[in-house]
Write a protein that binds this ligand. Structure first.
Ligand code: APR
Length: 256
C-alpha cells in the first residue's frame, strides 16, 4: 500500500496494459462534499441538532414524518443549487474513456448525472432524492409532483409518500442490486476507485474486492482511513475534487 507517486504508479501500471480498462467506481457523500452537500457522518452530519444518520431511518419517519420531509426538502434545495465539482467531472471523463464502466454511488443527489454521466453507466444504490414513493404500495413518481406545504399522500392508497431513498436497515433495491451483480459477474476490473465513502456497509467492501480480484488496481480517495484502506493498492489521502482529476488524467493518457 503506497501513498506517494500515485500518478507514476498509475502510468506504469497502465503502460503495461495493451487494452483500455474495465472500471468500477464507487462513490459516497465525500465526493459531493466539495459541491457543498453535507456528508452523513462527522461534524457535517447534523441538521437542527439531529444526526443525519438518525434522520435517515424508517423509525424517524414513523415518529415524525414532517421533520424528515423538511430535512429532505432542504437537502433537495441545496442539491438543486449545487454544481458538480471536478471530482464528478473526472469520473464522467473516465467513463467516456473506459471500455466498460460502472459507477455505483451511494449518493442520492444528481451531481454525477449533471456532470455528464449517463444513467445507464450508474447505479444509485441508495435511491434518488428527486423521486418519491408510497410507504405502502409500489406507487412512485417525480418529486416535483409533490406539494411542499403538506405531507404528500399516495393517490392510489392514501398512505404517506416518502423520499425514494434507502434508509438505514432497509433492503437495497432489487433491480439496482442486480445491475451491480451482473457487472461484477461479467468479469474482474482493471481499475477500481472507491472515493469519499466511509465504507461502513459490507456490500461496498465486498464489491470493491470482488471487482479487483484478479490483480486490478484498487485506489481509495479519502482524506481519512476507512475499512477499504487496508485492501487498497494505492491511497490518495486528499479531497476527491483534487485527487480524481489527477488519477483519471494519468489513467486515460497512459491507457491508449
Ligand atoms: N473528498 C473525499 N472524501 C471525503 C471528502 C472529500 N472532499 N470529505 C469527506 N470525505 C470522506 C470522509 O472522510 C468520509 O469517509 O467521505 C466520507 C463521508 O462519509 P459518510 O458521510 O459516512 O458518507 P457515505 O460513506 O457515503 O455514507 C454511506 O450512509 O447515511 C447513509 O445512505 C447514507 O449513502 C449514505 C451511506
Amino acid at each position: 500500500m503506497r501513498q506517494t507517486s500515485l500518478s507514476v504508479d498509475l502510468e506504469t501500471a497502465a503502460a503495461c496494459r495493451s487494452y483500455i480498462m474495465r472500471v468500477l467506481v464507487i462513490t459516497g457523500a465525500g465526493v459531493s462534499a466539495e459541491s457543498g452537500i453535507p456528508t452523513f457522518r462527522g461534524e457535517d452530519g447534523y441538521w437542527r441538532n439531529f444526526s443525519a444518520a438518525k434522520l435517515a431511518t424508517p423509525e424517524a419517519f414513523e415518529r415524525d414524518p414532517k421533520l424528515v420531509w423538511e430535512w429532505y426538502s432542504e437537502r433537495r434545495q441545496r442539491i438543486s443549487n449545487a454544481r458538480p465539482n471536478a471530482g464528478h467531472e473526472a469520473i464522467a471523463k473516465l467513463a467516456r474513456q473506459a471500455d466498460e464502466f460502472l459507477l455505483v454511488t451511494q449518493n442520492v443527489d444528481d451531481l454525477h448525472f449533471r456532470a455528464g454521466l449517463a444513467n445507464e453507466a450508474m447505479v444509485q444504490i441508495h435511491g434518488n432524492i428527486f423521486v418519491t414513493r408510497c410507504c405502502r404500495c409500489d406507487f412512485r413518481r417525480d418529486y416535483n409532483h409533490e406539494h411542499e406545504d403538506v405531507l404528500p399522500r399516495c393517490p392510489g392508497c392514501a398512505a404517506l409518500m416518502r423520499p425514494g431513498v434507502v434508509w438505514f436497515g432497509e433492503r437495497l433495491p432489487w433491480s439496482e442490486l442486480q445491475r451491480v451483480e451482473n457487472y461484477l459477474d461479467r468479469g474482474a476490473c482493471d481499475l477500481v476507485v472507491v472515493a469519499g465513502t466511509t465504507a461502513t456497509f459490507g456490500y461496498i467492501i465486498n464489491w470493491a474486492l470482488r471487482a479487483s480480484r484478479c490483480g486490478g488496481e484498487l485506489i481509495e480517495v479519502n482524506p481519512e482511513e476507512t475499512p477499504i484502506s487496508q485492501f487498497a493498492t494505492q491511497l490518495a489521502r486528499e479531497p476527491a475534487a483534487i485527487a480524481l482529476p489527477r488519477i483519471v488524467d494519468a489513467t486515460v493518457s497512459y491507457s491508449h
